[in-house]
Design a protein around this ligand. Structure first.
Ligand code: NAD
Length: 365
């Protein structure tokens, strides 16, 4: 069996799906690995590292004609045409915006495992790409915010005067949010957090941050540990509490998401207008519509002196470690799938079943 690792072609994507170390593990277990020349370079994995690990570094064709192709971003339609009938594609693949691609892959006899669909069960935790990449995003969001601010985060007592610590607020305390809280604390800010899930409240407190906003409801958590959408009344109460708290903040990181929906709108333009000039909002929900009314995905907007950063694909901006984690997740998934040197997809399996988006000529979403 041969596993192909093509270069990522999406603009700005610097991650690679398989690190040299993971490639080496597969090679040791008797699997051939073909890596397109330069595929790991943006993530600081030179071709020689793959070659030293026993992978064949070569042309794009050699990777696209493999039995299994692993990628970070979904392929373009032209790339997908190169996949042979019977091949398995493993990549991120947002179902809601990929109907044509999925139909094309089904027609081409390709099977597809979508990495967003790794089930959130203990057994699959080490394959959970959404979590590993959210960890990186939460960390980087704080660094971006800190760099954008006209203030420093820690308290200073110096001969040149005393500086109070900055106030940071993290809205949405899931995987990314908790990492943002931990990072802002390490940088010396006074940190607060909010989430609608009761479990998140304890996690915020355990990181040494304060919890603000309405008491989480016991029924706010849906399947897989995700939040359910709030009712209009609940959302109104949340926004009211946020409005008071936001006025005091220097750095706000928002991460609130509801799977399969547009992000909840929790910060209005009016609320931004009441914030301190020089404050920064880094909106990690920018790609799904934004938690702030003024967010523009991929751009920074300034309103009444407050900068709103519409953060997009932050994991790609930390390509080395994001790729190492992505690759470890992919390796664990492949090790789960490979039996006797080959892969037969078992759709009754509790991990493979939910991840399988295309199989046997049909789209399964
Ligand atoms: P996510 O990216 O879907 O959402 C981010 C956060 O936003 C969540 O904590 C959510 O509760 C919160 N949120 C949604 N609506 C909100 C609102 N109106 N106001 C404030 N906050 C709001 O979620 P995620 O971070 O990927 O994961 C959430 C949780 O899932 C984790 O904290 C964890 O408990 C669980 N999880 C379980 C596993 C596993 O068992 N394998 C893996 C990963 C995560």
């Amino acid at each position: 069996m041969r596993i192909g690792v093509p270069r990522e072609s999406v603009d700005g994507e610097r991650r690679v799906a398989l690190s040299p170390e993971s490639a080496g593990r597969l090679v040791k277990s008797g699997i051939e690995v073909a890596v397109e020349g330069g595929a790991g370079v943006p993530a600081n994995f030179p071709d020689e590292a793959y070659a030293n690990a026993g992978a064949a570094v070569g042309s794009a064709e050699a990777t696209w004609s493999a039995d299994v192709v692993v990628k970070v971003q979904k392929p373009t339609q032209a790339e997908a045409h190169q996949l042979p009938r019977g091949a398995i594609l493993v990549s991120l693949l947002p179902v809601a915006t990929s109907a044509d691609l999925l139909a094309q892959l089904a027609q081409g006899g390709v099977s597809v495992l979508g990495l967003e669909k790794v089930p959130r069960i203990t057994r699959a935790q080490s394959m959970d790409i959404l979590s590993s990449q959210a960890t990186i995003a939460g960390y980087k969001a704080v660094l971006i915010g800190a760099a954008e601010m006209g203030k420093i985060l820690p308290m200073l007592t110096t001969a040149a005067g005393n500086i109070p610590p900055a106030k940071a607020f993290v809205l949405g305390a899931g995987v990314a949010g908790l990492m943002a809280i931990a990072t802002a604390r390490r940088l010396g800010a006074v940190v607060s957090g909010f989430d609608i899930r009761a479990a998140a409240r304890e996690q915020v407190l355990s990181l040494g941050a304060t919890f603000v906003g309405p008491e989480p409801q016991a029924d706010a958590e849906a399947a897989g540990g995700y939040a359910r959408a709030q009712t209009e009344e609940e959302q109104r109460q949340t926004m009211e509490a946020m409005a008071r708290h936001l006025r005091e903040q220097d750095l706000v990181v928002t991460t609130a998401q509801i799977p399969g929906r547009t992000a909840p709108r929790l910060i209005s333009a009016e609320m931004v207008g009441s914030m301190r000039p020089g404050a920064v909002i880094v909106d990690l929900a920018a790609e799904t519509g934004g938690n702030c009314e003024l967010t523009q995905a991929g751009a920074t907007t300034v309103h009444h002196g407050v900068s709103i950063v519409g953060a997009v694909n932050l994991p790609s901006s930390v390509p080395h470690h994001a790729s190492l984690m992505f690759s470890k997740n992919v390796l664990t998934l492949l090790q789960h799938l490979i039996k006797d040197g080959g892969i037969t997809l078992n759709l009754d399996d509790e991990i493979t079943g939910p991840m399988c988006l295309v199989h046997d000529g049909s789209v399964r979403t």
